[in-house]
Write a protein that binds this ligand. Structure first.
Ligand code: HEM
Length: 330
């Protein structure tokens, strides 16, 4: 879908949006709090862990899998395959050096096979999940083909997993580097949460760019001329630091207002379909962390993903006072 133009994109997005309704999302995200609580409880007594694998990655993965109706036992499989697709440029994930294309394709095909099996079962016996809604969606006689369904699923698990995970990981890193901002947020969580989440997405810019091909000649306000069919790259990371738009753009400021960042893409037909869900996941995760592990901090340098597309963190050590120590006061 992300590579389509209108009218094909509009048709596709119409079908998907009908299934991806706020009500559908709400039904599953009511569980976000419970899931986040379980994730934090699982590490709370330990005092340290890898923030990415044991905290940040787990919430978006579980939510997107529940939304699609993917069994808990297959979550590891989905996690591993999405890592390989977006991390294909990183030697840790590429099957062999220089084989990033083949690595991506193979992993995407494996995910497509998983959803086709799931879709077949939902076509026969629909449930209340998104896969059932997509398989049975019929907008003005329009349905997704099997191929379209598989492609959408692959996009959704990648877009829904890796981005939010990295936003949460960058969030901890930023809050550790800016203890004044962390203290401010903790002083009144609900008041500062909306601004803090937008600022984390702006500074982190988990998706670094998207590429487009021009459908017509165009000249920017600054006088840069492009021709039809030119390939252009929209560098969100850079736009999110545009000094003509953001006052002191390199400052991490959870009270920044307005904050017209383009971390979820600019307004337009491809604007991130999961922006609401992502904002909710980031908010809930930090609420839960501040509640149970208020002194959580990054305890070392992040291990960065080798990628020019995803601003990824593979591992990030973190430390906190274990809950048991805090509650007994010892
Ligand atoms: C912090 C988290 C996230 C970030 C930074 C992010 C960022 C983006 C960006 C930059 C785009 C491209 C916009 C464009 O091309 O104009 C996009 C599109 C998209 N995102 Fe997200 N995203 C996030 C979370 C999610 C989640 C949780 C989901 C799904 C559950 C999701 C699903 C999608 C889909 C399906 C598209 C394609 C929309 C289209 O082509 O019409 N994203 N996202």
């Amino acid at each position: 879908m992300i590579e389509m133009d209108d009218p094909r994109h509009a048709r596709h997005r119409r079908i998907v949006s009908r299934a991806f309704t706020p009500r559908m999302i709400q039904r599953f995200t009511d569980d976000v709090e419970l899931t986040a609580a379980g994730i934090v409880d699982a590490v709370a007594d330990r005092g340290s862990c890898d923030f990415v694998a044991e905290i940040a990655a787990r919430l978006p993965l579980k939510i997107i899998c529940d939304l699609m109706g993917i069994d808990d036992k297959d979550q590891g499989f989905v996690f591993e395959r999405t890592n390989r697709i977006l991390g294909a440029e990183d030697p840790e994930y590429a099957a062999e050096p220089g084989a990033s294309g083949a690595t991506m394709l193979h992993a995407a095909n494996e995910l497509a096979a998983l959803v086709q099996e799931l879709a077949r079962s939902r076509a026969a016996r629909p449930t209340d999940d998104l896969t059932s809604a997509l398989v049975n969606a019929n907008i003005d006689g329009e349905k997704l083909t099997w191929q379209e369904l598989a492609s959408f699923f692959v996009l959704l698990v990648i877009a829904g997993n890796e981005t939010t995970r990295n936003a949460i990981s960058h969030g901890l890193k930023l809050l550790t580097e800016h203890p004044d901002q962390k203290a401010l947020w903790q002083s009144d969580f609900e008041r500062y949460a909306p601004g803090a989440v937008e600022e984390i997405v702006r500074v982190a810019s988990p998706v670094i760019y998207m590429r487009r091909s021009l459908t017509q000649d165009y000249e920017t306000a600054a006088g840069q001329r492009f021709k039809e069919h030119d390939k252009v790259v929209m560098v969100y990371w850079s736009a999110n630091r545009d000094e003509t738009v953001f006052d002191d753009p390199h400052r991490f400021d959870i009270t920044r207002d307005p904050n017209p960042h383009v971390g979820f893409g600019a307004a337009g037909p491809h604007f991130c379909l999961g922006a609401h869900l992502a904002r909710r996941e980031i908010t809930v995760m930090f609420r839960e962390l501040f509640r149970k592990l208020p002194d959580i901090r990054a305890a070392g340098e992040p291990d960065r993903l080798q990628s020019n597309f995803i601003n990824g963190i593979k591992r990030l050590p973190c430390e906190f006072t274990p809950t048991s120590t805090r509650t007994t006061g010892s």
